[in-house]
Design a protein. Sequence first.
Length: 166
Amino acid sequence: MEPPHDHDHDHDLDPLTFGPDQLCFGCGPQNAVGLRMRFRREGDEVVTRFTPGLGYEGPPGILHGGLQATLVDELAAWTVVGLRARMGFTTALEVKLHRPVRIGTEIVGRGRITHEQSRRVTIAVTLEQLGSACVAGTVTYALPAVHAAERILGQRLPDAWKRFCR
C-alpha cells in the first residue's frame, strides 16, 4: 500500500491529529502526566526525540524499562500514522534492552515498516542515545476498519480517528 501523496515529503506530524482532547499517555498534548511525544516523518522512517526526566527512572539514572517499551510502542504507532495514514491496535510487542537508557540524555527513536498485509503491519523501532543503539523493538499492529475499531474499544470511535480506519 502506498502512502498518500500529502505524506510524500519530510515533515513534523501534527500532535493534534487525533483531536486536541485525546489523552494518550504517549502523545496526548493535554495529558498532564503523559510523555507528550512528538514525531517527524523523514523519508521511509518516523523519528522522535525525547529526553527523559528524573521522574521516569527505574534504577537510579536509568529510564524505567516499561517506559522504554512505551516509547517503542508509541513510535511504532506513529510510524503507521506517518507513513500509511492508518491507526492500529498493538497485537505484539517485543523489546530488547541492549544497554542502559540514561535519564537526562536525548533519545533518538526511529521507526520503519518491515512487513505489511491488508490488516496487519510490523514496525521495527530503534532507540539510540549519543549515537549508540540502546533498545530494539518489533511491534505488530492490527489495522481495523471503523466497525472493528469500535468493537475493540467498546464505544464509538471519535470522529478525528475515523479517517485512519478503512
